[in-house]
Design a protein around this ligand. Structure first.
Ligand code: OAD
Length: 244
């Protein structure tokens, strides 16, 4: 892979770098991306049929079971070379912000510190009426547990379709996009707003935008550099070329 020398030089001198990641970054860890439902137990459902407040209202057991399966799978896998390369990048850049749409927690496992989880985290659950957030609970087979305070159903602490993003996280992500010199968009289809707007916002403000993806996306025509391939291969190579 050819990394343009001017990008290497620019990255070395950049004080603030931001990166937005999506499900593609975890693909090489063995986690299925959102829009790849080629096989498996949940292939018959669209994400929109499970990851919505309406679905939880209608069939809480099904939604709970779906997330329990994802949580189990996420707990079994390890971060891959792409996650580690981003954690390494953070150690070289004075101000680095990692914005992720992933709920699997793998960036933190890989050692990333400044992580903004835009869509929540699958390892936490919360009261559907807002009483609180929990990191430990009793798993009841085929049943959504209930809130110890108000008795309402407990749900995963993730953002579902049609829901607002956590406001502090979104504000931090927007601020990073507005102030960085280089913005990476990695392994995301760029189809879900407002996350998808962040690279364009960074571009508007004058940042260099770099995309790493297995395929072209709607963002690709707008970026300064597009590296096509696996993030677990491209990112380590890039980090080595710049800071190695
Ligand atoms: P998607 O499943 O929409 O997109 C995954 C992207 O990763 C695609 O563009 C693939 O080409 C790319 N890809 C796959 N394997 C890759 C690899 N090894 N290296 C690099 N790229 C790879 O997932 P997201 O963009 O994360 O939201 O989806 C965004 C949001 O939509 C999710 O957070 C979720 C979903 O609905 C909510 O749940 C609110």
């Amino acid at each position: 892979m050819e990394i343009p020398p001017e990008l290497i030089t620019f990255l070395r001198s950049s004080a603030h770098v931001a990166a937005l990641t999506g499900a593609g970054v975890s693909q090489e860890s063995g986690l299925r991306t959102f829009r790849d439902t080629a096989d498996g137990l949940w292939a018959q459902y669209r994400p929109e049929d499970l990851a919505t407040p309406e679905a939880f209202e209608r069939t809480p057991e099904l939604v709970w079971e779906f997330y329990a399966a994802r949580r189990l799978k996420a707990g079994e896998v390890q971060p891959n070379a792409g996650h580690f390369a981003l954690a390494e990048m953070e150690r070289h850049v004075p101000h680095f912000t990692l914005i992720t749409q992933n709920v699997d927690g793998l960036h933190r496992h890989a050692g990333s510190k400044s992580v903004v989880e835009l869509h929540g985290n699958i390892t936490r659950i919360k009261c559907s009426r807002g009483c609180g957030v929990f990191t430990e609970w009793e798993e009841l087979p085929g049943k959504a547990p209930t809130c110890p305070t108000c008795g309402a159903k407990l749900r995963p602490d993730v953002v579902w379709f049609g829901e607002m993003l956590p406001s502090d996280e979104l504000a931090t992500a927007v601020q990073a996009a507005r102030t960085c010199q280089v913005f990476f968009s990695v392994g995301t289809s760029g189809l879900v707003k407002p996350a998808a707007r962040l690279p364009l916002l960074a571009k508007q403000i004058g940042a260099v935008v770099v995309e790493v993806n297995a395929e072209e996306t709607p963002l690709t025509p707008s970026v300064d550099y597009f590296f096509q391939g696996k993030s677990g291969e491209i990112l380590p190579e890039l980090v080595k070329a710049v800071w190695g």
